[in-house]
Every structure is written in C-alpha cells, then in structure tokens.
Design a protein around this ligand. Structure first.
Ligand code: CUA
Length: 372
C-alpha cells in the first residue's frame, strides 16, 4: 500500500525542476512577445486576450470550487452503511441555471470580441493620411511596395510612427502569413485573395516579424523586420529611392572595388533575379536598392555585416537551407588551387563592397543633386 504521508520522492523533485526549465523558455518580454505590445492593434488584441483569460480563470475557480465543495460535503462517511442515496430526477432551477450561464458567458466574451473585429477592419481612411504598402510573400522572402512613393523594397518594412499603415497582403506563390507579434496578430497572404491588415507603431524601433504559415522549404527562415521611425527619418529613408539617391559609386578608397562588384553583379547573373534601382531589373528575388542600409540579410536571418554577407554569397544553402539563391562559386574545400581561391575571395569582397554601398548616405555632391 502507498503511504500517503511519505514526503514527495525524487521523481517529484525532478518533475518540478524539469517543468521550471521548460517553462523558463516562455519569457513575457522576448523580441517577439505578444505581451510586449508596441502599437494599438497588438495592444487591443492583448487586452482582449487578458480579459478572456482572467474571465476563464474566474469560471474555472467557480466550477472547481462548487465541485470540490460538493465532493467534500456529500462524500461517504465512515459511519454510513454504504447504501445507495435517495434518487431524485431533475431540479428545474439548477438545470435552467447551467443552461443560461454558458450563454451569458459567451455574450460577455462576444461583445468586446465583435467590437474589436470592427475596430481592426483595415479600411483606408483618406482623412487619416494612412500609408498604404503592398506586401507580397514569396518563398522565402517579403516584398514591400509603397505605391504612393514609388518604392519597392524587400524584407525590411519602414514605417512612420503614430500613423496607420494599411497593408495589402498578397502572395506570389503559396500561402504565407504576416506576423509582427508586437504590432499585430497574424494575417494570411493567400494567392488570388485580397487580405488587409493595418498596423501602427507607437515608438521608433525595430520590430521582428516572421512568416507564420508553413510554406515549405525555408519557411522557418522567412523572417523580416519592421523599422519604425519618426516622419523626418522616414522621409529621409524614402528619399534614398529617388533617382540618384541610392545609385552612386563613392569617391572613396574602395570606389574601385565597388565598381568591380557592380560589374560582377551583372556578369555573375545576380541582375537576372535582383533589382537595383537604375541598374538592374530582376524580379524573382528581393529588390536590393537600399541593401547597404538594411539591418539584416537573407530575409531577417542574419545581421547585415560584410562578414555575414560574404558567408551568405559563398554558400547560401548553409545559412538558409532550401532557399532559391544559387551558389556561384565552388566551396573552399572543393578547390585545390590557391590562386583560384584568392580570385574567388576577391570577387566576393568586391560584391560585398558593392552591395554594402547601396543606399548608404549619398556623398555631398550627389546629395545636393538629389536635393536632400
Ligand atoms: Cu512563408 Cu512560411
């Protein structure tokens, strides 16, 4: 027989420790936490969630309380003979109560929920000076097009703070889902269906997002970032896309290398898939017009540093398995010849210099030409 007075054994202790470790992964303040809201849409959604959660706790406590009370009060006691208690059929008031109570509970939850659905409807309101961005999901990256500004960019969505941004969500291939947990809940991108979502950021900052719908291959690496800044900074960013804004061969020490990289961009075939405003017009892969000022590369997977970019160019599949970026050179272990390796490294260094120069602050003379 089990001795119920025995203190909890090692199994319990281990269970508690393991539970603590597992639950320790659930931080409330992570970079993609829905509880660290940074805009009105996410905030209202989190408030509704918390309301429903605590209401659920209330219902749980009430039902469990009544259950425990009943079990304790009407349990069989030692001095009873164990015969079947008196049988009754139905208690009208009790049955009416537990039929009505769930309906009342659903109404209490339903009213704020329906209100929220209308509040989050993504209609464009001209009076509010909404910014419209067309978002297209591709395997496995994001295109952001600003129709009013004539801007097309990728994987990094720039928005001004304190303004509604209405996103038209489309897909270029399969199902994807746009999700920036700190700004708004998920919404799917579905081929041939117009979905919309509006977001707004309260404060300048960098907000992480990711595709939240299994889209095969590199789905787990289909990330992106939202960069929120004040109106002045947002306008400065948008200005980089004006003619001459991003296209410059800098009058700097590395100008020669940048020019070599720019030429390689075409001879190596990059321009077949990628666009750079005023220079290349590929459409199958992310537009790189302002690549040099992006914080990340490979759709939010790596921070944008020259080292990471060189590693990405050399072997994209090692960083983002299954992606469609081809490998343009043999790997170091496939090469016997030192001279060939040196040549490859020089080519990659030139491409890195060129790509990192894209969108960088325009040199003074060119800056004057653009008028910013
Ligand atoms: Cu796109 Cu998952």
């Amino acid at each position: 027989m089990v001795d119920s007075k025995r203190p909890p054994g090692r199994g319990y202790t281990l269970g508690y420790l393991l539970g603590t470790l597992l639950l320790g992964g659930c931080a409330l303040d992570g970079p993609q936490s829905i509880f660290e809201t940074a805009g009105p849409v996410a905030r209202h959604q989190a408030e509704l969630f918390m309301f429903i959660f605590w209401f659920g706790v209330l219902v749980f406590v009430a039902v469990t309380g009544v259950l425990i009370y009943t079990v304790a009060k009407y349990r069989q006691r030692g001095d009873e003979d164990g015969s079947v208690p008196q049988q009754i059929h139905g208690v009208a008031w009790l049955e009416a109560t537990w039929t009505a109570a769930p309906a009342v509970i659903l109404i209490i939850i339903g009213i704020p929920t329906v209100g929220m659905i209308f509040n989050q409807e993504s209609r464009v309101d001209p009076a509010q000076k909404d910014l419209v961005v067309n978002v297209t999901g591709y395997q496995w990256w994001w295109e952001f097009e600003y129709p009013e500004l004539g801007i097309t960019t990728a994987n990094e969505l720039h928005i001004p703070t304190g303004r509604r941004v209405v996103l038209n969500l489309e897909s270029g291939d399969v199902l994807h889902s746009f999700w920036v947990p700190r700004l708004a809940g998920k919404r799917d991108l579905i081929p041939n269906q117009d979905n919309q979502l509006w977001i707004e950021a309260d404060e300048p900052g960098l907000y992480r997002g990711q595709c939240a719908e299994l889209c095969l291959g590199a789905h787990a690496y289909m990330r992106f970032r939202v960069v929120a800044s004040d109106e002045a900074e947002f306008s400065a960013w948008a200005g980089l896309f004006e003619p001459g804004g991003a296209q410059q061969v800098q009058a700097q020490a590395d100008a020669e290398q940048i020019a070599a990289g720019q030429a390689l961009f075409k001879t190596k075939g990059c321009a077949t898939c990628h666009a750079v405003l005023g220079y290349a017009y590929g459409e199958k892969a992310p537009n790189l017009t302002n690549f040099g000022i992006r914080t990340s590369l490979a759709a939010g997977v790596l921070d944008n540093t020259p080292e990471n970019l060189a590693a990405w160019l050399r072997n994209p599949d090692a960083i983002k398995p299954g992606n469609y970026m081809p490998r343009l050179w043999p790997l170091p272990e496939e090469i016997q010849d030192d001279a060939q390796e040196t040549e490859i490294e020089a080519e990659i260094a030139a491409l890195v210099a060129y790509l990192e120069s894209l969108g960088k602050p325009v040199p003074l003379s060119a800056s004057a030409r653009v008028g910013r």
